[in-house]
Design a protein around this ligand. Structure first.
Ligand SMILES: O=P(O)(O)O[C@@H]1C[C@H](O)[C@@H](CO)O1
Length: 325
């Protein structure tokens, strides 16, 4: 007979299916609904030394020294398919790195030149619904930091709440609503590591104004203004898509698009002083009416991302070139 956990601290969440990430640390009970893991008081979630090991592994094996990082959202891995002088490292091989378990997220760190600019890319990201604590979903951002990255481009697939948004549109993110954060679930929970940043980082300028201006000018150059908006991204835990009532609530809160990622990465990036440019690809229109028979699904998310990949590759490439100046 399986032994009962002796206390809440011995309970462990199921591991994500693919690969074998390090065992989860002790869990505290009674956290928010998506809070799979809290670190113990005084314990740093991902300390400088642990992150240094991952960063050094990469630095010892790549000739590139990028200052720009890119996180690819669902179905958006092709954003980095055209890098020159590519060097790819599967997540499984990088010490202390989690592994991707979601369709549309390949699971490689890819270095290379994008329009001649050295970049470090996450081809596949981590989500809390895979079973990872938020600090682990955002851990690659700290690895980027120690590799030398000072600006990140964060992308995601999202559902369009704003009724002016259509499938295939891009939303430049001007702000976010951190729903897990409302319940105290933050990637920065635990002892603060001052090597990375302050205990209480500000978030009112999370999405760099100048980079948003640059993006608008790129969008104009590309002639795609009609399908590009600027708006507010809201993060939920997933993996279930939202109910109609939830979506109506999120609309009332001021959200324009909804997804299950990005925010933890942005919080960690800002904590360690990186500049952030982020956008959502609207892969589906959120279902706001109770009498609708439609239902959101991941296949349509991937298909919509695939259909827009050329525009998005160009947007990211042009932004990287400007950010490098
Ligand atoms: O990694 P992102 O945020 O792009 O992926 C979105 C959110 C879920 O992971 C998935 C749902 O279809 O797409």
């Amino acid at each position: 007979m399986a032994a009962e956990p002796a206390s809440d601290l011995e309970f462990r969440a199921a591991e994500p299916e693919k690969g074998s990430p390090r065992p989860l640390r002790a869990l505290a009970s009674g956290g928010g609904s998506m809070c799979l893991e809290h670190t113990l008081p005084g314990e740093a979630a991902f300390d400088y030394n642990t992150i240094s090991i991952s960063a050094n592994y990469l630095l010892e094996r790549t000739k590139h020294r990028p200052a720009i990082g890119i996180v690819c959202g669902s179905g958006l891995g092709s954003l980095v398919d055209h890098l020159k002088e590519r060097e790819a490292f599967p997540y499984e091989k990088i010490p202390n790195f989690p592994v991707s378990t979601v369709a549309g997220h390949d699971g490689q760190v890819v270095f290379g030149l994008l329009n001649g600019v050295p970049v470090m890319c996450m081809k596949g990201r981590f989500h809390s619904y895979e079973g990872y604590p938020l600090w682990k979903t955002a851990m690659p951002i700290r690895v980027m930091k120690l590799v030398g990255v000072n600006s990140v481009i964060v992308t995601n697939a999202a559902g369009g709440i704003n009724d002016k948004y259509h499938v295939g549109d891009v939303m430049l993110i001007k702000d976010h609503i951190n729903i897990p954060g409302f319940a105290g679930n933050s990637p920065l929970v635990g002892k603060n590591d001052e090597n990375f940043g302050p205990r209480f980082p500000g978030m009112s300028n999370a999405y760099d104004k100048q980079l948003r201006q640059e993006a608008k000018s790129v969008v104009k150059e590309m002639g795609i203004e009609e399908s590009v908006h600027e708006g507010v991204y809201v993060m939920l835990g997933g993996p279930s898509y939202e109910t109609v009532a939830e979506l109506r609530l999120l609309r009332l809160l001021g959200a324009d698009a909804v997804g299950m990622s990005t925010v933890a990465e942005v919080v960690v990036a800002r904590h360690c002083g990186m500049r952030v440019f982020a956008f959502s690809l609207v892969t589906n229109k959120c279902i706001m009416e109770w009498d609708s028979d439609e239902e959101a699904n991941h296949e349509e998310v991937i298909a919509a991302a695939n259909a827009r990949k050329h525009h998005l590759q160009e947007l990211v490439g042009r932004m990287a070139a400007r950010m490098a100046q």
